[in-house]
Design a protein around this ligand. Structure first.
Ligand code: MN
Length: 242
């Protein structure tokens, strides 16, 4: 199983979550929200061979953390994966769109200059703007829209721009989420949980909850869960070879 967008460092007890994921053999992309968090978050999982730590700067923190862009640049040669990065156009964060854009555009440029990366991208309320930035930096790497919440037309544009998608149990709970997922290309999709931000009842989702996303995909695709696992594993292999 795969959890391609999870914030391991933000759980109250990261070591418990990490050892459960490790024991269950789950491939995890552990995303970070600031460059400063990357070293420590990487070291949390240094003994777990299926966990990779992505270097990120979350758009909701961009306005407070532009000063960490030089650190991002210094760490990038060591980081094979990048995220969480992107833009957030929702009402609460729109005031900081200038800083968000500066951070996102700078990071894409750095990725392009360093041979490209696999990118886990936040795009809430800003899909068109994200696609515009990606179009300007075609060598930045493989863009994976995490928890895509745009329109069907925006999804088509993202597909046309060769983007990938990561989807989780929280997205699969809504009819709108399921409709969007059914239109995503099966060969450009992986599962995620977005824990601990994404929840279920009164608990945070964890990598071990990825099976719920597999079950949801099996129902949408009308195919056995084992076929979903085969398809996702092949997708992960292709991402790893980038
Ligand atoms: Mn996230």
């Amino acid at each position: 199983m795969i959890d391609f967008h999870c914030h391991l460092d933000l759980y109250p007890e990261p070591s418990r979550v990490i050892s459960a994921a490790d024991k269950a053999g789950i491939y995890v992309l552990s995303v970070t929200t600031t460059p400063k968090a990357w070293r420590k978050t990487s070291s949390l999982a240094s003994n777990a061979k299926r966990i990779r730590t992505a270097l990120g700067l979350h758009p909701q923190l961009a306005h407070e953390r532009l000063s960490e862009l030089p650190l991002f640049e210094a760490l990038l040669p060591e980081a094979k994966y990048v995220g969480e990065i992107g833009l957030d156009g929702s009402a609460e964060w729109r005031a900081h769109s200038g800083a968000q854009r500066q951070a996102f555009e700078t990071i894409l440029k750095l990725c392009a200059r360093n041979g490209g990366r696999v990118l886990s991208i936040h795009s809430r309320g800003a899909v068109d703007e994200v696609l515009g930035c990606l179009r300007s930096e075609p060598d930045a790497g493989v863009a994976i829209f995490h928890w895509f919440s745009g329109s069907a037309a925006q999804l088509r544009r993202a597909i046309d721009q060769n983007c990938w998608f990561s989807v989780g149990p929280a997205m699969l709970r809504s009819a709108k989420g399921r409709a969007i997922i059914s239109a995503m290309p099966r060969n450009r999709l992986v599962t995620e949980t977005d824990g601990p931000f994404a929840t279920q009842g009164n608990r945070c989702l964890e990598p071990t909850d990825s099976w719920q996303a597999v079950r949801g995909l099996a129902s949408i695709w009308q195919t056995p869960e084992s076929d979903v696992v085969t398809a996702l594993t092949e997708n992960l292999r292709r991402l790893g070879s980038h």
